[in-house]
Design a protein around this ligand. Structure first.
Ligand code: SF4
Ligand code: SF4
Length: 110
């Protein structure tokens, strides 16, 4: 997947018009991994996902990647960079189809 990279040329918004949709941060604002304090992480049920991208918009860390496409179905396969996911659950809360489950770290194969 395309992992967030620290963007040395990052230009933070200076006025309202430059804010991203949802008010979140774009990928690349984090200087270091921030998953050390996480207890839960998101797991996607792709069969129920309608690709509305609400999770991508609302994730405060910008760590949901939407660039991977399943070659068979042609559908976007959302992936989370677990180095940068803090386990806040915002994505799961905002998902309209409730296809994101917050699973306790260590309770699955990841
Ligand atoms: S749990 Fe929080 S940080 Fe992790 S992907 Fe969801 S919204 Fe982003
Ligand atoms: S919010 Fe839910 S339905 Fe929408 S793209 Fe994300 S996982 Fe899929």
């Amino acid at each position: 997947m395309n992992k967030p990279k620290v963007n040395k040329d990052l230009k933070l918004p200076t006025n309202f018009d430059e804010l991203m949709i949802g008010g979140g941060n774009g990928v690349g604002v984090l200087a270091t991994v921030n998953s050390g304090f996480r207890t839960f992480h998101p797991v996607f049920d792709y069969n129920k996902c309608v690709r509305c991208m609400f999770c991508w918009i609302y994730c405060p860390e910008g760590c949901i990647d939407k660039t991977t496409v399943d070659p068979e179905s042609g559908k976007i396969m959302l992936e989370v960079d677990m180095d940068y996911c803090k386990g806040c659950g915002v994505c799961a809360n905002e998902c309209p189809t409730k296809c994101i489950s917050m699973v306790k770290d260590g309770d699955d194969d990841e």
